[in-house]
Design a binder for this molecule. Structure first.
Ligand code: TYM
Length: 342
């Protein structure tokens, strides 16, 4: 039997998980956890680029872990860990920084956006954010990276760095690909039509996995609509497409088809669509919310998961970093031949 393909992906601990995180990433984590060798982690080091407060760090990390498990991740199938528990990743980050160039990093869309959003804190970590991501993936020699659309450019950078390393030090890393089972990568738009759902912005237009039912209904009711199409065959504006995308994710096919027909025949009632959507969303989110809340209160369980994950991920990362050091030429004495410490 051929070895399972290696899958790596992470989520920053900068707030509560939302539908974008679920449909862009976590749903695929769950689908892949049995068939692939999976490493999923909470990116707490990355969170320092924008959210450096020590006081909220633990709560944020425990929350993401709990919400991922409540949404279906099984820590006995996938390796689930916290980024800062793997010093090997930070070591590889240092090496990759030597083959990453300021010009290409400055061109990254996410850097430009974050530099615009926090002009008083354009730290070097923001600039080298994609290099740390590449280290996260390459430290396990990951080949497939389930992510949402917003991470596509970062994956391109990971591939560039892998190719550059291989060229310099001999073939070693795979060229990782953003993965969504052959489908286009997902983007879940915010309900006000202004961008994407996000952990740390636009909370009133983002549906969180922890939102109570009445909050979900309130947010969905406020979603941007218009007076509806006036002529049959009118194309949907993006904010209406977004509502239909959500409806497709949560509701029965026949229900979606009926609303589509109503739209085409210019008799759509957005109030009815929103009621239906909110009902189907709450039915889905309710059990995840309850389970996550129970898990979050169980720190001994979460600590056990983190420890078990750190051990498994650490052993994979250790094997990679030993080989990386050897290839770079950091093998000075007899003790280094097998990668052990002098
Ligand atoms: P983060 O924490 O912003 O998001 C976690 C995952 O959720 C996806 N996502 C979305 N998908 C669709 N629609 C949305 N509105 C939406 N918002 C978020 C993201 O694409 C992501 O898959 N840089 C990463 C974390 C990271 C990482 C990595 C990912 C660090 N190292 C290595 C993969 C591999 C981030 O900020 O994700």
């Amino acid at each position: 039997m051929s070895p399972k393909e290696i899958v790596v992906s992470g989520i920053r601990s900068t707030g509560k998980l939302h539908l974008g995180n679920y449909f862009g990433a976590i749903r695929n984590y769950v689908r892949m956890q049995q068939s692939h060798e999976c490493f999923f982690f909470v990116a707490d080091v990355h969170s320092l680029t924008t959210h450096p407060e020590a006081t909220s760090m633990q709560e944020n990390v425990f929350r993401i872990l709990s919400e991922c498990i409540a949404a279906g991740l099984d820590p006995d199938q996938a390796t689930l860990f916290v980024q800062s528990d793997l010093p090997q990743t930070l070591e590889l980050y240092a090496y990759l920084n030597m083959i990453a160039y300021k010009g290409e990093l400055e061109k990254t869309a996410s850097f430009k956006e974050k530099a615009r959003n926090q002009p008083d804190n354009v730290n070097a970590g923001l600039l080298t954010y994609p290099v740390l991501m590449a280290a996260d993936i390459l430290i396990h020699r990951g080949a497939l990276v389930p992510v949402g659309k917003d991470q596509e450019q970062h994956l391109e950078m990971t591939r560039n760095l892998a190719v550059r390393f291989n060229h310099k030090y001999g073939d070693f890393f795979p060229e990782p690909r953003a993965f969504n089972f052959g489908e286009p990568l997902v983007k879940i738009g915010s309900l006000d039509g202004s961008g994407k759902m996000s952990k740390s912005e636009n909370a009133l237009s983002t549906i969180f996995l922890s939102d109570p039912d009445d909050q979900i209904l309130k947010k969905v009711k406020k979603a941007m609509t218009d007076e509806g199409p006036q002529k049959p065959g009118t194309p949907m504006p993006p904010y209406i497409q977004n509502l239909f995308q959500l409806l497709e994710l949560f509701s029965e096919k026949t229900v979606v088809a009926a609303f589509r027909e109503d739209y085409d025949q210019c008799r759509i009632r957005y109030g009815d669509l929103k009621q239906q959507l909110a009902r189907d969303m709450t039915a889905f989110i309710g059990p995840i919310r309850e389970k996550a809340a129970a898990l979050q209160a169980d720190r001994p369980f979460l600590n056990r998961i983190m420890k078990q994950g750190a051990e498994k991920a650490g052993s994979s990362a250790g094997a990679t970093i030993r080989e990386v050091r050897r290839r770079i030429g950091f093998n000075y004495g007899p003790g280094d031949q097998d990668g052990s410490v002098r």
